[in-house]
Design a protein around this ligand. Structure first.
Ligand SMILES: Cc1ncc(COP(=O)(O)O)c(C=O)c1O
Length: 377
């Protein structure tokens, strides 16, 4: 076996030119996923996609070309990558602490044309950010991070949240830019159940927003959700809502299995791997170790192999993945296949660049520019 023809969507003509393991991105599938994202959102201006999945200027530009002008990120390197790609409205959905406060000043000095915002959930850090911005003669948007029950960051709606929002609104150097509502814990497999759970939290946040507005505070936006929940927010008719899915631009086997309703999205980034050994009659060893594909738990489910759908992943070391299968004798050292990562975001971050395939041909290489922690600022 020398091809990867299990599903012809992943066929590649010049397979022998690609070193393995390699991150391979299928351009038409990325275009397809962006279109599905737009269809679900209803229009480009309702979207603020998270770039943490791709970290690639080329993908950011594809989104800009489709009219998506608002972007979300989690690191300064991603914020820089977006600015270099041409984005002018970037929300870093992360609380700034320590030297990252000064880094925000450096970012705005370098990219003064970017409307830049971050999250906050702590009075002392919010005040520090305001001081740094005022001293530098700059201003930054701050979205209050609301905790919808995930208990990772943020504050629940209520008195403390009200006081923090008022603090943001009155602090020189800061703009009260709205609310951030990330609900990655809503993982109900059934879409109806997921929708009902999201709606309960949304009602609380919408009522809280109304209170803030009545008290005279501007609340221009509520940045909501990830891939599994943005279709729920998309159905709500509220002009403040901005949808922030990340994973679906590439999609992956993990979400594909967990959320059957996500089946319009197609995995667009895979890892090309080759057999390097056949150590026993029922074992095939591939060159896709934990340094080539994300090793999120559980062991045994790091990737889906379309050509070995029932294989059992029994060993996953730094440079080796051993699969047990009754069909092992179909495989010989040198054979290539694709593996669809269970979690594509940390997989992409393992690569400096991706091989880009269009209509079955290698057409480009895209840098994963924001995989580093620091670009300039
Ligand atoms: C704050 C925040 N927003 C948006 C997303 C995107 O979510 P998803 O990867 O489910 O699309 C994430 C994912 O980790 C996140 O942490």
């Amino acid at each position: 076996m020398t091809s990867i023809a299990a599903q012809n969507r992943y066929e590649i003509d010049q397979l022998t030119t690609i070193h393995s393991p390699a991150l391979v991105v299928f351009r038409e599938l990325v275009e397809h996923n962006i279109q599905v994202m737009l269809d679900i959102a209803g229009s480009a201006d309702r979207l603020r996609p998270h770039c943490k999945t791709h970290k690639m200027p080329a993908v950011a530009r594809m989104q800009l070309d489709r009219g998506i002008t608002k972007h979300k990120c989690a690191t300064f390197a991603e914020a820089e990558m977006l600015a270099e790609a041409g984005a002018t409205d970037t929300f870093l959905g992360y609380n700034l602490v320590g030297p990252n406060v000064e880094r925000a000043v450096a970012y705005l000095d370098r990219y003064p044309h970017v409307s830049f915002s971050v999250t906050g959930d702590d009075a002392a850090e919010i005040e520090r950010l305001g001081e740094a911005m005022s001293t530098a003669g700059r201003s930054i948007g701050v979205l209050l991070d609301i905790d919808p029950g995930r208990q990772r960051t943020g504050v629940p709606v209520g008195r403390q949240a009200r006081e923090l929002y008022a603090l943001i609104d009155r602090t020189p150097g800061l703009r009260a830019d709205g609310l951030h509502l990330y609900d990655g814990h809503q993982r109900q497999q059934d879409f109806g159940e997921r929708s009902a759970a999201v709606d309960i939290e949304w009602q609380k946040v919408a009522a809280f927003r109304d209170e803030l507005v009545e008290a005279g505070h501007p609340v221009p936006r509520i940045v909501c959700g990830g891939t599994p929940t943005f279709p729920v927010y998309a159905k709500i008719d509220d002009p403040a809502i901005e949808l922030s899915p990340g994973t679906c631009v590439f999609h992956d086997a993990g979400y594909g299995t967990a959320f059957p309703d996500m089946d319009q999205f197609i995995p667009a980034a895979v890892v090309l791997t080759r057999v390097i050994s056949r150590p026993t009659a029922n074992r095939v060893t591939f060159d896709v170790g934990t340094k080539a594909i994300a090793s999120d738990p559980p062991m045994g489910k790091r990737a889906f192999f379309p050509e070995i759908p029932n294989g059992v992943q029994v060993i996953h070391n730094e440079e080796h993945l051993v699969i047990e299968t009754e069909d092992a004798d179909r495989w010989s050292p040198g054979d290539a296949t694709v593996s669809i990562p269970s979690h594509v975001c940390p997989t992409v971050a393992l690569y400096d660049s991706a091989v880009v395939v269009s209509e079955g041909k290698v057409v480009d290489h895209w840098t994963v520019a924001a995989r580093t922690r620091r670009i300039n600022v």
